[in-house]
Design a protein around this ligand. Structure first.
Ligand code: SF4
Length: 699
């Protein structure tokens, strides 16, 4: 290729749910150059700091290259035989629910599909859950309650066409930077476009906002119930639309409890927000972890959806509620049913017809009739010994789960733990009985789905190092050894994708939204060349928005508005734990830093864990700038560097989630967060723990 540009391979960024397209060019030295794909509809060539540093994370430092049993390297056959035998023996002795898979939104759709098929259809348990439970389960629950299925109504273009963007519990500028860039670019062309941020913390996303509502943590339901009341009071509900889509003629705003004092917001700020929202026809309400990671997360989602349904601001250009997913394939995990409460293709686990259809399609020996253990509950059952064999795939729950110390102890005490990962260095891998080397981003082929339902290909640019294998293949090998060779006899990801696409056609026949059946006869070449495509992809319908025709997915094509009551965060501040503890991400790190820590320039942004604390609180506690502080909750403790800032309210503190026992032993944040969950979605309340703070005394 001397004198010629190396051919680029089109793939998708490894990080957030924006799902940016990347161009990969092998550098000839075992790495690759990464640039934004100008033709990808998510980013049109843009990349954020994390995406543009991907090429620096492709080295082999810390890679797991061979299977291990305990501390000893072994061969694949020995490791896989042991995994299959221990799982089969455990199931034979204690039943299917004595085993579990805990997987990840980092998995490709094809890997996820195989894991879900093995657990639900062949092992016969619904004990498969995912770290996406920590990310967007409340959105799934809220959308299913309102729309009848887990449907993201809009598209990224709606964000650019809106006249008002409301960011709720979303630091979009740092957590979904390219979407934020798209909004800013649209705003530069149309300065009349307004931006409101609803967040108890002032983040970079508030720069340039027309209004920042620094509300009390967890009071979103009251804020949006108040908006619904105001819509009702002003006669701003679209009654004809409401009658058509819900069968009711009123927005029942007056029935929605709305004691606005719990928001802590000034009446003039509330009025300004309500005026803007009601007075603007094209509104997109973007929401993320500040909404989802709450013991009332599902209600928060429905409070937002209520307002869009009541006014018909949904399904049309520049309008709609819009959830942004955290992980690169959180959406794909939802589509394949990689959650303990769902079947593949958005089918319902409680519905015997759906179960029967999936079972027949897979020629499966069994199918669970009830939901399995969601993430927090799963590790509780590991701790009690109810779950005796656990397979953790591409995630680090010993750090990232709430009550992380208890989760770490549960994994350590589990009879048999398998970990598939790219590294042996993370906190969870170090607890494994069997470690399986998996192919990493850049080494594997498959698909992912981003936040606006666009399916993109991920393509390998490098060969897997050592003996690492793709996840679908590891799972299929274990299935084969457990006696299900025929059902898992895949030649590659394209064959898995075709099977998945064919199953979606069956789901569509039950009236489900997820339908990619037009891709079920895609050739290998077609799969290899598949361009980004937004679902649905069927003979009847291709991409676009949902609900523009006023048809939803509850019986009769209806939507549902839910009457909701505000509930405060479950953990209450008290003299012993007087601070409200918020957690989140920073711009240049991702999750527990397994990949981002490999790029030195990313670590230069914010190099150590910290605690944001208001100047008044710092003064009262004798804490100076850059002092170390001790933070304690009923669950655990951390020692962090103080950052004194009025970006947090008095009584609130904030810390980023990324550091681990490997990178900052004193700074593990999720050890402080209780395992309190939303009763509907099972998502943990990661942003409203209670803590005590004091200056750290090294003596
Ligand atoms: Fe990757 Fe998200 Fe950044 Fe896009 S915005 S480059 S998907 S991390």
């Amino acid at each position: 290729m001397d004198g010629m540009e190396l051919p680029a391979i089109r793939s998708t960024c490894a990080y957030c749910g924006v799902g940016c397209g990347v161009l990969l060019r092998p550098d000839g030295q075992g790495g690759a150059l990464v640039t934004g794909d100008p033709d990808h509809p998510a980013n049109f060539g843009r990349l954020c700091s994390k995406g543009s540093a991907l090429g620096e994370t492709l080295g082999l430092e810390g890679r797991l290259l061979r299977p291990r049993i305990g501390a000893d390297d072994t061969d694949w056959d020995t490791a896989l035989d042991l995994v299959a035998t221990r799982f089969a023996d455990t199931i034979a002795e204690h039943g299917p629910d004595s085993v579990a898979f805990y997987v990840s939104g980092q998995l490709l759709t094809e890997d996820y599909y195989v894991a879900n098929k093995l657990m639900k259809g062949f092992i016969g348990s619904a004990n498969i859950d995912t770290n996406s439970r920590l990310c967007m389960a409340s959105t799934v629950a809220g959308q299913r309650r309102a729309f009848g299925t887990d449907t993201v109504p809009g598209t990224y273009e709606d964000l650019e066409e809106a006249d008002l963007i409301v960011l709720v519990g979303s630091n979009l500028a740092w957590c979904h930077p390219v979407l934020h860039q798209r909004i800013l670019a649209a705003q530069a062309l149309r300065p009349e476009m307004k931006l409101v941020v609803v967040d108890p913390r002032r983040t970079v996303s508030c720069d340039g906002a027309d209004l920042h509502l620094m509300l009390e943590s967890g009071s979103d339901v009251a804020l949006f119930n108040g908006l619904l009341n105001e819509i009702d009071r002003r006669g701003a509900a679209d009654e004809a639309y409401l009658r058509h889509v819900t069968g009711a003629a009123e927005a029942f705003g007056a029935a929605a409890e709305a004691d606005l004092s719990v928001t802590g917001l000034a009446p003039e700020d509330l009025a300004a927000f309500y005026d803007l929202w009601i007075g603007t026809k094209k509104v997109v309400t973007i929401f993320s972890q500040g909404v989802n990671q709450s013991s009332s997360g599902s209600d928060k989602v429905n409070a937002i959806l209520n307002c869009h349904l009541a006014t018909g601001r949904i399904g049309t250009p520049g309008c709609g509620p819009f959830s942004v997913t955290g992980q690169p394939n959180a959406m794909g995990g939802r589509e394949v049913g990689g959650l303990a409460n769902m079947l593949a293709c958005h089918l319902d686990i409680e519905n015997p017809d759906h179960r029967g259809a999936v079972r027949d399609f897979w020629s499966a020996p069994r199918m669970p009739e009830a939901q399995g253990a969601k993430a927090v509950e799963m590790f509780r059952r590991v701790a009690t010994g109810e779950i005796k064999a656990l397979w953790i795939i591409h995630t680090n729950p010993a750090v990232s789960m709430p009550d992380a110390d208890a989760v770490r102890d549960a994994i350590a005490g589990c009879d048999f733990t398998v970990v598939s990962d790219v590294t042996a260095r993370n906190d969870t891998a170090q607890l494994a009985d069997v470690l399986l080397p998996a192919a990493a981003w850049g080494e594997k082929d498959g698909t992912v789905t981003n936040s606006d339902r666009t399916i993109s290909r991920q393509r390998a640019v490098l060969p897997p190092p050592g003996e690492a294998l793709p996840d679908w293949q590891i799972l299929a090998e274990v299935a084969r050894r457990m006696g299900w060779a025929e059902a898992f006899d895949y030649s590659g990801p394209s064959e898995i994708f075709r099977e998945f696409a064919a199953l979606s056609g069956i789901a569509a026949s039950f009236g489900k939204d997820f339908d990619i059946s037009a891709l079920s006869d895609l050739s290998d070449t077609g799969y290899r060349n598949l361009a980004p495509v937004r679902w649905p992809v069927s003979a009847a319908r291709q991409g676009g928005r949902f609900f523009g025709d006023g048809r939803f997915f509850h019986p009769g094509g209806k939507a549902r508005m839910l009457p909701l009551a505000y509930r405060p965060p479950a953990a209450r501040t008290a003299p012993r734990y007087p601070f409200r503890f918020n957690t989140g991400r920073i711009r240049d790190q991702w999750h527990t830093m397994t990949r981002t820590a490999l790029a030195p320039r990313l670590s230069a942004h914010l190099p150590e864990p910290f605690l944001e604390i208001h100047p008044e609180d710092a003064r009262r506690l004798g804490i100076g700038a850059r002092d170390l502080v001790s933070v304690r909750s009923p669950q655990g403790g951390a020692i962090l560097r103080a950052r004194i800032t009025d970006a947090v309210k008095p009584g609130d503190v904030f810390a980023p989630i990324h550091w681990t026992a490997q990178t900052a032993p004193s700074g593990r944040i999720d050890a402080l967060v209780p395992g309190i969950t939303d009763p509907v979605s099972g998502q943990p309340e990661s942003k409203a723990a209670v803590v005590a703070v004091e200056k750290f005394d090294a003596g």
